[in-house]
Design a protein around this ligand. Structure first.
Ligand SMILES: *Cc1c(COP(=O)(O)O)cnc(C)c1O
Length: 379
């Protein structure tokens, strides 16, 4: 093992003002799952995303997806079309609702939901007599999906669209920010995301009424009454005022951190520009602007010596963390037997890809170490 300090895949990067907001919460004794920091953080998200967006801050991105499914009316026996190439936080809430996930493959350019496979899946399910209740699409690693095509398909068939922008705060498509598409969007502020509150998420609604309903469900669905009265099942999903203080500080450095992650991506593109083995996931057209939350590579060619897993182990020996791509959900033991529409693209990417260290707090010295290690490996 290397004696050098560990280089992380993506570690928290505080801007400096976070603690002031947390201290304010202590000074005012707002140690609760509501308060001025929660309101302030929601306001900052809404200001960032622009008019027509109403953010409800929650305990996690997964909780936000769960409540988005409630808004879509997803219940027992319903089917939800879900991008297979993602983190389980996208798909697990489908099961919480007693519904059935139907997985859709990715396209090779953006690595996100293929509009073609989506339409095939919708037609096949409708031919089988089942109309899917919702579509869950993702902008993986911050790379925007072909969201205009997916929106058009959902509109055509009248299916509720949920945008999982957990990895894509700061990305945009055709000049429109990720987190503002579809019927509802979700964000995550987990420990390794582009901004972090240690843990947390948000459901971005299109109307104030949707936001109020979200807050209602997230605070145990308490009716208007002096006593505790409930006519619906709710959840304890609201964000803490302490955590929200961190979020307020993080919003102040979001754009700066996007720029730094994009600089990392440039570093990897430059490093591999002459390689006939490795390709870096890139924006495929002017339409896409990625926050490059994680820079990911793919081995176009590989052998027993030079492949993604060998590189991961080699980097690990140099105390540099990298990580396999998300293992597609239709290949997960827990979703064994689920329906899947696709041609093996996500599986192929999973087999060949690797996420590289991508934190906004990487130093020039870190990048030098990464470069040296990779060049040594490639030799
Ligand atoms: C992180 C993540 C989530 C879940 O967010 P949590 O805040 O960790 O619950 C959902 N979807 C994707 C694609 C993610 O990366």
């Amino acid at each position: 093992m290397s004696e050098l300090p560990k280089i992380w895949l993506s570690s928290p990067h505080m801007g400096g003002t976070e603690q002031n907001y947390v201290n304010e919460a202590f000074a005012q004794n707002w140690i609760a799952p509501l308060g001025p920091n929660v309101n302030g953080f929601e306001q900052a998200i809404e200001d960032y995303l622009g008019p027509g967006n109403h953010a409800a801050c929650l305990s996690s991105g997964t909780a936000a997806i769960h409540l988005a499914l409630l808004h879509a009316g997803v219940g027992a026996g319903d089917e939800v079309l879900c991008q297979s190439f993602t983190f389980c936080g996208t798909s697990n809430p489908i099961i919480y609702q007693g519904a059935t996930p139907v997985f859709v493959d990715s396209e090779a350019t953006t690595w996100n939901m293929s509009p073609e496979h989506l339409e095939t899946a919708i037609k096949a399910r409708m031919a089988a007599g089942v109309k899917p209740k919702a579509v869950l699409m993702v902008h993986l690693y911050g790379m925007p999906a072909q969201i205009d095509k997916i929106e058009a398909i959902c509109k055509q068939y009248g299916i509720f669209l949920i945008e999982d922008a957990a990895e894509a705060l700061g990305s945009s498509y055709k000049g429109r920010k990720c987190g503002t598409f579809g019927d509802l969007s979700i964000l995550s502020f987990n420990g390794n995301k582009i901004i972090t509150t240690s843990g947390g998420g948000a459901l971005v609604c299109r109307t104030e009424a949707q936001k109020q309903k979200t807050v209602f469900w997230a605070t145990q669905a308490r009716d208007q009454a002096p006593h505790y009265q409930h006519s619906e099942i709710g959840y304890n999903y609201r964000m803490s005022n302490i955590v929200a203080g961190i979020g307020r500080g993080q919003m102040e450095v979001l754009d700066k951190h996007v720029a730094l992650r994009r600089k990392n991506n440039e570093f990897y593109r430059d490093l591999f520009k002459d390689s006939d083995l490795v390709e870096v996931l890139e924006e495929s057209s002017e339409d896409a602007y990625s926050n490059h939350w994680l820079s990911a590579i793919i081995f176009k060619k590989s052998d027993d010596q030079r492949n993604n897993e060998k590189l991961r182990i080699f980097l690990q020996a140099n105390n540099i963390e990298s990580r396999p791509l998300w293992k597609p959900m239709h290949l997960q033991p827990v979703f064994d037997g689920a329906l899947f529409y696709g041609d093996g693209t996500a599986e192929e990417l999973f087999k060949k890809g690797l996420c590289m260290p991508s934190g906004s707090n990487l130093t020039d010295a870190d990048r030098d170490r990464i470069k040296k290690a990779i060049l040594q490996f490639m030799e």
